[in-house]
Write a protein that binds this ligand. Structure first.
Ligand SMILES: NC(=O)C1=CN([C@@H]2O[C@H](COP(=O)(O)OP(=O)(O)OC[C@H]3O[C@@H](n4cnc5c(N)ncnc54)[C@H](OP(=O)(O)O)[C@@H]3O)[C@@H](O)[C@H]2O)C=CC1
Ligand SMILES: O=C1O[C@H](COP(=O)(O)O)[C@@H](O)[C@H](O)[C@H]1O
Length: 515
């Protein structure tokens, strides 16, 4: 959470890839939400770029449909004309540097018409192999020479390994300085991810316990029920390790494990996050299969309907060895976390959509109380990120009315306000204010790849025998459970729409918490 409140200023935003899926589903609705909540300056304009030769009116129609279908806010006629009048379209092939002159002409015209001071946003919402080209061509055509500021918002994936990410970064840095580059990781825009810092650093309760003396293990789950959908061309090359672990999962580890920053400013926060990645234990080739598990979904049943296996999906190589599931036991080798396993798991076609972080505290030094199964469950702090947003603190207490039975109870906070801004809306709003707190610094990207690359290389050299199959609709392969059971731990069941089943002995106890 930034302590300062930067001002919003007038700007022109150029969206490269404005006729694509991301623009339609996320970017236009985000701009509409910001507009409706009066978080944009009254003077702004948006230029959409794509190759297809559509007119400005057709483009505005696309924006309207996008908002009707995907906005968190119902579109209102009042104010609509004012909003949509700011959208313009310029057909352009981004590979053709000579075509940028037309874009420059349009930008200058709009800057005059809307009395804009030359603040320029360039949003790269297109295939990653075009990121570098656009950046280079923007400079070559002089569009980044401006009287105001210039900022680049760039989508994932940022490279496919350290070398390619570095090459891309070097290319972009020819045009934009690090403090002008806003690398999106949409997980950092999620309400409860942003809340992790607040929970940790605004409560004196947690800081003394937030270390290897009191925490037994940390579990991070990002499970999905969807399969590869229409993204096979990208996903079959990327796999879950690059798609989810390199960015979102490592970001969650950084948020949980970082030291308190000296001040709530982006530089101080990034510096602490980077230290976590520097302490993250890198795996040697021989250690990879000891600490990491990869899996691939097979046909199964989800929500009562049969779903195909990964290799049967459209446009997937029928012999693909791409992992759709990753689990791992990671270590942050510093004073605070030495010896505490960070268990991670992420996958497609799993039993539930759930993004959740569970902090499991250590057992009492001596148990005076037992529940009827003869044990006492550990205290848990559960941070629910998606689809439920909330916080559960699981404690032990006397079962009401019973003499000696102890049951888990939960102190819960549930964010069920509904209609709160989505990740993209928060992040675009931050970028407009010039607040980089929840964007990824190059140091984070590069260190993340340096952690991922040896795992990727090891798996790329292995055959099918280390790719664990799992049935669609389950919690992944057995090997992912064995990662924990060998240390006497287990994955805590995901909280599901308001209940948190806690398992003690072999019995699941439902703690009713939120509606
Ligand atoms: N879709 C999503 O939910 C998410 C997407 N992303 C990332 O966002 C980026 C965009 O993804 P997405 O919107 O799905 O992609 P789409 O394929 O749907 O859209 C691609 C866009 O790029 C334009 N385009 C392609 N080539 C050129 C060119 N040579 N010159 C000008 N415009 C071009 C297309 O316009 P036209 O066809 O008119 O040329 C289109 O507007 C990717 O980096 C992706 O990884 C990240 C997270 C989620
Ligand atoms: O970045 C990505 O994230 C989504 C999952 O995001 P969520 O907000 O729904 O948890 C994932 O489906 C996609 O493969 C990946 O590229």
């Amino acid at each position: 959470m930034p302590s300062h409140q930067p001002q919003v200023e007038p700007f022109v935003m150029v969206i490269f890839g404005a006729t694509g899926d991301l623009a339609r589903r996320k970017l236009f609705p985000a701009l509409y939400g910001l507009f409706r909540d009066k978080k944009l300056h009254e003077r702004f304009a948006v230029i959409g770029i794509g190759r297809r030769p559509i007119t400005m009116d057709e483009f505005r129609d696309t924006v309207r449909k996008a908002i009707d279908e995907h906005s968190r806010l119902e579109r209102e006629e009042a104010g609509w004309a004012d909003f949509v009048a700011r959208f313009y379209y310029q057909p352009l092939n981004v590979k053709d540097v000579s075509a940028y002159a037309q874009l420059g002409g349009l930008m200058e015209r709009l800057e005059n018409e809307w009395n804009l001071p030359g603040n320029r946003f360039f949003y790269l919402a297109m295939a990653p192999d075009l990121f570098g080209t656009v950046s280079t061509n923007l400079k070559a055509s002089g569009l980044t020479e401006t009287t105001g500021w210039k900022r680049l918002i760039i989508e994932k994936p940022f490279g496919e390994d350290y070398e390619s990410a570095k090459a891309l970064n070097d290319q972009i840095r020819q045009t934009f300085a690090e403090e002008e580059i806003y690398r999106i990781d949409h997980y950092l825009g999620k309400e409860m991810i942003q809340n992790i810092e607040v929970i940790r650093f605004a409560n004196s309760l947690f800081e003394p316990l937030w270390n290897n003396r009191y925490i037994d293990n940390i579990q991070i789950t990002a499970s999905e029920t969807v399969g590869v959908e229409e993204r096979a061309a990208y996903y079959d090359k990327a796999g879950a390790l690059r798609d989810m672990v390199q960015n979102h999962i490592l970001q969650m580890i950084m948020m949980v494990a970082m030291e308190p920053p000296s001040r709530l400013v982006p530089e101080a926060i990034h510096a602490e996050k980077v230290k976590v990645l520097r302490s993250l234990r890198r795996l040697t080739k021989d250690e990879v299969n000891q600490y990491m598990v990869r899996g691939q979904y097979q046909a199964g049943v989800l929500d009562g309907r049969p779903v195909p296996g990964y290799r049967e999906e459209e446009n997937v190589d029928p012999h693909s060895l791409t992992e759709t599931f990753v689990a791992g036991e990671l270590y942050v080798d510093n004073f605070r976390w030495s010896g505490v396993p960070f268990y991670i798991r992420t996958g497609k076609r799993m039993a539930q959509k759930s993004t959740e972080i569970v902090i499991q505290f250590k057992e009492m030094p001596k148990n005076l109380y037992f529940n009827k199964n003869g044990d006492l469950g550990p205290n848990l702090l559960v941070i629910s990120i998606n689809p439920v947003e909330g916080l559960h603190f699981v404690l032990n207490a006397k079962k009401p009315g019973a003499d000696n039975d102890v049951v888990p109870i939960a102190m819960a906070f549930c964010n069920d306000r509904g209609g709160s801004p989505e990740a993209y809306e928060r992040l675009i709003g931050d970028a407009i204010k010039g607040d980089m707190t929840f964007f990824t610094h190059w140091d984070e990207v590069s260190l993340a790849w340096k952690f991922i690359d040896p795992i990727r290389r090891a798996w790329d050299q292995q055959d099918e025998s280390t790719l664990h199959p799992y049935r669609a609709g389950t919690w992944g392969p057995d090997a992912a459970h064995q990662l924990l059971s060998r240390r006497g731990a287990r994955w805590w069941p995901s909280r599901n729409q308001g209940t948190m089943p806690v398992i003690q002995g072999n019995q699941a106890i439902e703690i009713i918490t939120c509606k």
